[in-house]
Design a protein around this ligand. Sequence first.
Ligand code: NI
Length: 266
Amino acid sequence: MSSIDQLFEKMWKDYIELNPQSLSIVNLLKNEGESIVNDHIALRTFNVGSIAIDQVSKPFLQAGYRECGEYEFTEKKLYAKHFEHGDSSMPKVFISQLIIENFSSDFQMLIKQKIVSVDEKFYAKEDLMVSGRPWDISSDEYFKLKNESDYAAWVASIGFRPNHFTISINHLKKYSDILALNTFLKENGFMLNAQGGEIKGSAEELLEQSSTLANNINIKFSDCDLEVPGCYFEFAKRYADSTGHLYQGFIAKSADKIFESTDVGQ
Ligand code: NI
């Protein structure tokens, strides 16, 4: 197995530990005779030095991935890039980063303090994205960050772990229609993110997506344990463009709403 395959396997194991509902959904679909293909993995970080996108994307670039698109999320103050591999059976990798300069000086200082409290070598690890949270954080700090950005609170409390994996609806047979898949998931007790409607995007935009709501996970803060939103599972259906090629990009407007799958109190 190549090291990138090993990294993806580690990521999947780490992810289902945080989000066991994903494994339940995979098993549920397999029982229906479906085969599961991962469309993309999403990773989150801050735009700061050694943990910015250009740094954390290195293991993927070294494994043959290349940059294929960039995205701006003005309201959430995020910037993202997506990466594709020459072997189209490999999942796309979507990495977003929070632009911390757009927040209060206290907020920026808090994030920078967390980052510099860790040895730089930690951030250079090939498997950084499955290495968890390397810094301590108090519940008070968590809520200070959350007050300005749910995304910041997620990264600061959970650390470097995959945010979501994505089932390719195109590879499903019985549930190749996103509406049919959503109905099936809800009938089986899974909650979907309804922010901006359950289905984000459209066939005309060449991409339809839906996602579960993040389950809560127990996080150890320096002063207490708290339940916070963890990870969600995503579903993507891609359509061919006018030249007959299956669209491989992302739609900022849709992703914007999908980010909210980890917001508190939906
Ligand atoms: Ni996604």
